[in-house]
Design a binder for this molecule. Sequence first.
Ligand code: PLP
Length: 470
Amino acid sequence: MTPTSIIPAIMARPPVSETPRGGPVAPAEAAAHAGEDAALRGAAEIAGPGDRAALATQEPPAGQPSHVYPLGSRLNEAGHLEIGGCDVLELAREFGTPAYVYAEDHIRARAAAYREAFAARTDRFEIVYASKAFPHIAANRILSAEGLSCDVASGGELFMALRGGFAPERIYLHGNNKSEDELAYAAEQGVGHIVVDSFDELERLERMAPGQAILLRVTPGIEPATHAYISTGQEDSKFGFGLDELPRAIERAHRLDLRGLHAHIGSQIFDLEPFAKLAQVLSEICDFPLLNLGGGLAIAYTSDQDPPSIDEYVETLLEGAPEGVTVLCEPGRSLVGNAGVTLYTVGTVKEIPGVRTYVAVDGGMSDNPRPMLYGARYEADIADRVGGERMCAVAGKHCESGDVLIRDVALDDPRPADVLVTPVTGAYAHTMASNYNALPRPPIVFCREGDARLVTRRETYEDLALRDIV
Ligand code: PLP
């Protein structure tokens, strides 16, 4: 059934007047966040005027790190890589390795780019941080202060969002199999919207929280060109209601406050066309007040990649959406991905003549499973000798042959004790980290204008034993 053919089957709902929630921060909120204004100005200086996201895709000056590094990264006078104004070698000395390091102004600048892109075109929008990308209290604090809302995919992410300062009414709870405990927790906390995924959940929620504001998650049958594991909009998906099922779900939701539709077609999407199609498909279904078009804007993981700017992405979303509707989007990776890098120390260099040189570091698949999970490609540099010509593989230290972070990367003559940096680990790295081989998980350090603050300490061996009952 095509979207147009289901329209008659759906009750036409009059648009409900909706206070725009993604727009400029309300006065009371603005006062509470006054301290962040200076930070925002700092971000503006780093990124320069205009679309900061577009700036991030420009060629770096000769001898400077590539555009995949956080905004403001540079080689300092000593020739060392600097992130958020902090010398990476000094960070490695102070906090040890492996360590996740973020330039926090990069996160602010990306949030501002989203806000500016929407505000230039409409006052009916809401930018919802997909916190699964990096569900951390410090990041949540920055993004809540920037006026964003939050998408959480579990009770745990909800807890972190509340701790991170998101007002409950600005939170969207997702998940294809939310437990009764999670639904009860959300209702008790006054979560603004629950994104309902199935008929079982409709029934459950009606029973537990009649009148709760909801969106219905739709699988619109759109398949963007991305990895199958991060493609979610196709019909054959565990998520949401297919277009055929939607009319029945809308009818079925009468004891809940159905405010709109949601769809997320996938992640790391370079081609904007599927987003335009999504906006069109959803807006043809019914005139609900809210239209949530998900996340998924691609970022550059390697210097040859050139994703669309935030401005182009927002333009596409809004072009397809009807007048009077509040458009929501849920960026995760594009807010925090390029903000973070991982520091490692090289332990061994194994050269197999004519075959390959393995540079082994003190982390691997436990702190970044994405190369193994999705075949994700990364780049790397030696922190005080950026660039280079010796082709190497960067291997982790786990007991798995597949524990290779990068298959081919040109480095400058790597040797034991070098600090090696992999950029673009700000999203889906810390949050997907494990304790495989009983490796303690790395600390997280936030850097800004030359100051480094520890926001998560390194795990200890004692932490590893903490939950075991013997
Ligand atoms: N919204 C939903 C429902 C998602 O599942 C995801 C990612 O899986 C996102 C938003 C964020 O996607 P991205 O990080 O690619 O922007």
